[in-house]
Ligand binder design. Sequence first.
Ligand code: HAM
Length: 439
Amino acid sequence: MSKAQKFKALRGFRDFPPEDLGLREHLFTVWRRVARRYGFQEYDGPPLEELALYTEKSGDEIVGQLYNFQDKGGREVALRPEMTPSLARILSHRSRSLPKPIRWYSIPQLFRYERAQRGRLREHFQWNVDLMGEEGVEADAEVLAVALDALRELGLEAEDIRARVSDRRLLAALLRSAGVPEDRLVTAYTIVDKVEREGRDRILDRLEKEVGLDREAGEQILSLFDSPGLDGVRAAYGSDPEVQGALREVEAFMTVMEELGLGDFLEFDLTIVRGLAYYTGIVFEIFDRKGEFRAICGGGRYDALLERVGGDPLPAVGFGMGDVVVGEILKERKLAPEYAREVDVFIVSIGDELRPLARRLARSLRDRGRSVTTPLRSLSVRKQFQAASAEGAREVLVLGPEELARGAVVVRTMTDGTEREVPLRELAPELQVPDLAGA
Ligand code: HAM
């Protein structure tokens, strides 16, 4: 009877045995390749930061999910729940000397004390791509193009995924015209961000209590979300000059996305607000079209954050894409790479007296960069071949006394079982036949 497992990974935390690490590495490889293709450079920062970096900048939702504690020196610290505040801090005093635009990316592991559920864990890896020092929609579009290109490279096309796009300036103009006071705008964002999850009545209550809007004004806001397309907004509010200006920005953004060849992925959607407090312009989230999964990616423009963490003012736009949701989608669509154990060469010795030569040959091949395994104890020839298959060897080198007497070894290609004799000298020039005598 097997013993009950005493220690398990904490809830919401993952182990990565090789087959799972394979998928994670596949994502990281594509993320890095696409970021570099757009000229982004990789950076990193510490996983533990001062608590105040988040309590002041990220907004209540993330603050409620912090892994925070007092360290032994009495400092209030937190594991990073997102990368953007660290990026703003790292850049705050460096940005002046850097050529603009600054294009940086990172793949940090992040920690949020969330209710662990499908697509949401307490740790995840998040690809962050941020562009600083440009304020126009061309920069916004380029950043979203990076996200979409990575998903395309992973095998997801416009029929699989869509980017839902809105603009906080547009939403601000609409909320103001519904009577939301300036100092309540950020609170109103976080409330309407929950429209899809919390339901009308709760949203109306919260708008009344937290923003001071009566039911009628609240209904007016919610009606915006009933037909959240650009045409609906234009029809209802197009005469408001502030709304007009914001609409022009969104339209310009859409045009650049068309020119970048990604128009099919886009949908304007006013219900995309984003939970984080610091966004100031275009905001977007990418979803699977069937709506089975949570957001794959989220981001937007945040022009005031660098100044707010004490640095030089610098416009910025970026996104975060987690490894959890995209990993689930790839598995479901059979787009995840097959996991296979692999080694270039397995060396079989016919007779224990040839095992020292097997070790020398292994050394020589590894020095040439090949991956090589050979049994670590005496095994029958049949068992050695079984081990070679189990290890996923592409080739087996058979050291046998008869062939070695001719200075040769047998090379078997495992895919088709063909065999040929190859002079040992060719495989490992420094292992001359005289070495055999000492083997
Ligand atoms: P976020 O929307 O909080 O944005 O997270 C971005 C993405 O990370 C989500 O769409 C989701 O794929 C993934 N993610 C977030 N939380 C979890 C979780 N608990 N478990 C699994 N995956 C998760 C940000 O964090 C912004 N700082 C992104 C950004 C960068 N904005 C500008 N630059």
